[in-house]
Design a protein. Structure first.
Length: 152
C-alpha cells in the first residue's frame, strides 16, 4: 500500500494527538467522519499504526534517571544473542534495546528513579544475564529533544 498525502497528514495528526475524535480529524482533513474512520482502520490493518499509548511525564512518577548502557556479549553465537534478547526484554527498567554495530553489541535505554536504583538494576538484574562480557554506562544530563513522531 502506498500512502497518499491524506494518509500522511492523518498519520501526522494522530502522532501529535491520537485522542482526537474522528470528527475533529475530519474537520482538519476535509473528509467525512466515516472516511476518516475507514482510513484509520485501513492504516491499522496494513500495519502503519502499531499501537496507541500514553506518554507519561517521567518527573511526575519519579522515574527521571536515564542511563544508556552498552553491552558486549562474550560470544556472538545465535544461542547467546537469542538468550540475551529474550532475557533483556523481561527487564522492566529497559525502555529500549538495540542490536548495534561497533565496539559493543547492544545499546539499552534504562529508566529508574535514581543512581541507587540504577546500581541495583546493574548488580541484580542486567549483569546476571548470561553471556555478558562487559557493559559501559552513560547518564543523561539533560533531555534536549525527545520525540516519538516520524516525519512522513
Amino acid at each position: 500500500m502506498v500512502l497518499d498525502q491524506t494518509d500522511k497528514h492523518l498519520l501526522q495528526l494522530l502522532q501529535n494527538d491520537c485522542k482526537q475524535t474522528t470528527k475533529a480529524l475530519s474537520n482538519v482533513l476535509g473528509l467525512s467522519v466515516t472516511a476518516v474512520y475507514e482510513r484509520i482502520k485501513k492504516l491499522e490493518y496494513q500495519g502503519f499504526i502499531n499501537n496507541y499509548v500514553a506518554l507519561i511525564n517521567k518527573d511526575r512518577v519519579d522515574k527521571n534517571f536515564i542511563a544508556f548502557c552498552h553491552v558486549k556479549l562474550t560470544q556472538h553465537t545465535q544461542e547467546y544473542v537469542v538468550q540475551f534478547e529474550r532475557d533483556v526484554t523481561k527487564l522492566q527498567e529497559v525502555l529500549e534495546c538495540y542490536h548495534i554495530s561497533g565496539d559493543y553489541d547492544y545499546l539499552l535505554k534504562v529508566i529508574v528513579e535514581d543512581m541507587v536504583e540504577f546500581r541495583e538494576f546493574m548488580v541484580k538484574k542486567l549483569t546476571n544475564i548470561k553471556h555478558i562480557g562487559s557493559t559501559h554506562s552513560m547518564f543523561m544530563i539533560n533531555e534536549v529533544k525527545h520525540s516519538t513522531a516520524i516525519v512522513l
